[in-house]
Design a protein around this ligand. Structure first.
Ligand SMILES: [Zn+2]
Ligand SMILES: [Zn+2]
Ligand SMILES: [Zn+2]
Length: 451
């Protein structure tokens, strides 16, 4: 740390760090960018990392997982927020008239796989977890009741009253089939809407389009829920109004119908019959309005928050488990370990091979995308990023760090190589001081492959 502070290039290093926004595991690049005049071949401008501190340029890792890099995940969260919000009130290329389109915030839940410890509140008071006057005793000799009033951070929340009774297989298979269940839900919703409008399914796109943005949330018990913004548009997306018959009530009825109608089947395995999985009975459908109970800020904030979280929030792991890993080394709680072992065990069965449960054991079987949007929901993360990069480039040009060239007459040649990632321990402390990002959690310093 002292060595870094005393170096002549400390200011440049600090400026690189500020440009990464406090990324915990920046990527180190070595290379150069050269601008040539296409007509004369003359070199107009050259940037090389040779003169940078340590001979490298540090760029943000751009992960969306808050458990790996809080700074980059925050950028992802903020972008997701903007994108979801634009789909609700307009902006970023979406017209403001979208506000008048019927829009719902829908939560699709998982069914129960056994009683779990829960924190219940009633009138501001925490209630006993599972108060049962005549509680049964399970075949494993456990009384199926719990009189405790669990605290918010009680690690037992979401864990089964009896792990031996809990349906780990069902839980893992539900996660594995949740993306298929979602797809069937969306298809069924389109069919229900076509029916409501007196149309054949194939005629629907000429009248109405379904736009959605959804995010998966891991519950403490280790199953995914989906939260989705579902909006009705006209045939050309948010720029056209939906037909008059397509009201909020029509959409509400269609969502309710579709959620109850669909199922997905896991193949028979282990001498057990096939398993039919459906959404849980808890279905929440709420209209999003500018002045009602559920505002567009609340919805955008909610979806953006879950877009940066994954299974690590239920005490599992945030990276892939390799076949050489032993689970004992990870210091997992029993519930997480059983969920992961169930994935590994079922993953080895040929009947379930296509669910790829071994590859996705760290995600407790779920292999879908966390945060997805239909094509015409609003702007895209790519467009938001491109706009920010253009802004940074314009800024470099106005402050004289980059020359202003006409792109048609200039040839740009760039050469980059990966040279490692992360910070040394001393650098970590300085980064925290410079950017105010916390140091908690693991950090990696990966050495450059060549010196
Ligand atoms: Zn980062
Ligand atoms: Zn309990
Ligand atoms: Zn039991």
């Amino acid at each position: 740390m002292i060595k870094r502070l005393n170096r002549d290039d400390y200011d440049r290093w600090a400026s690189q760090i500020r440009n990464t926004g406090g990324c915990r595991q920046p990527i180190h690049l070595r290379g150069k960018v050269e601008h040539y005049d296409r007509a004369t071949g003359a070199l107009l401008h050259r940037y090389t990392t040779r003169t940078e501190p340590d001979g490298i340029l540090r760029v943000p890792c751009k992960t969306r997982r808050a458990s790996r890099c809080p700074a980059c995940a925050e950028t992802y969260r903020a972008d997701t927020y903007q994108l979801i919000r634009a789909g609700l009130i307009g902006g970023k290329g979406v017209p403001e008239t979208v506000t008048a389109h019927p829009t719902l915030f829908v939560t699709l839940t998982a069914p129960s796989f056994g009683a779990v410890h829960a924190r219940r509140e009633h009138g501001g008071k925490v209630q006993p977890c599972h108060a049962r006057r005549e509680a049964e005793t399970c075949p494993h000799g456990r009384v199926m009741s719990c009189m405790e009033r669990h605290g918010k951070d009680d690690p037992r929340l979401g864990e089964p009253l009896c792990p031996d009774c809990y349906d780990y297989t069902g839980s893992v298979l539900f996660n594995a089939l949740a993306p298929l269940l979602w797809k069937r839900f969306a298809d069924s919703l389109r069919r229900a809407l076509a029916k409501a409008g007196g149309l054949a399914l194939k005629e629907l796109p000429c009248h109405l389009r379904l736009s959605f943005a959804k995010v998966a949330e891991y519950q403490r018990r280790g199953v995914v829920h989906f939260h989705a913004v579902i909006r009705l548009d006209g045939p050309d997306g948010p720029t056209t109004p939906p037909p008059d018959w397509a009201t909020t009530d029509t959409l509400t009825l269609a969502v309710g119908h579709a959620a109850r109608a669909v199922s997905a089947t896991a193949p028979a395995h282990d001498d057990k019959p096939y398993l039919v999985l459906r959404w849980g009975a808890q279905l929440d459908i709420r209209p999003i309005t500018l002045n009602g109970d559920l505002t567009e800020q609340a919805v955008a904030g909610y979806i953006a928050k879950y877009a940066t979280k994954a299974a690590e929030c239920v005490g599992t792991l945030d990276r892939r488990i390799h076949s050489t890993d032993t689970l004992d080394a990870f210091n997992l709680r029993d519930h997480a370990r059983r969920l992961i072992s169930t994935c590994l065990r079922l993953g080895a069965l040929p009947e379930l091979a296509e669910l790829r449960l071994t590859d996705w054991a760290h995600m407790l079987g779920f292999r879908g995308h966390f945060s997805t949007r239909s094509r015409r929901y609003s702007t895209t993360l790519g467009e938001l990023r491109a706009a920010r990069e253009q802004h940074a480039r314009d800024n470099d040009i106005t402050t004289g760090r980059l020359p202003l060239f006409d792109e048609d007459t200039v040839l740009v040649i760039s050469e980059w190589e990966y040279a490692g990632k992360g910070h040394s321990l001393g650098d970590q402390l300085l980064v925290a001081a410079l950017t105010g990002m916390s140091l908690t959690g693991p950090t990696d310093l990966e050495a450059a492959p060549h010196g």
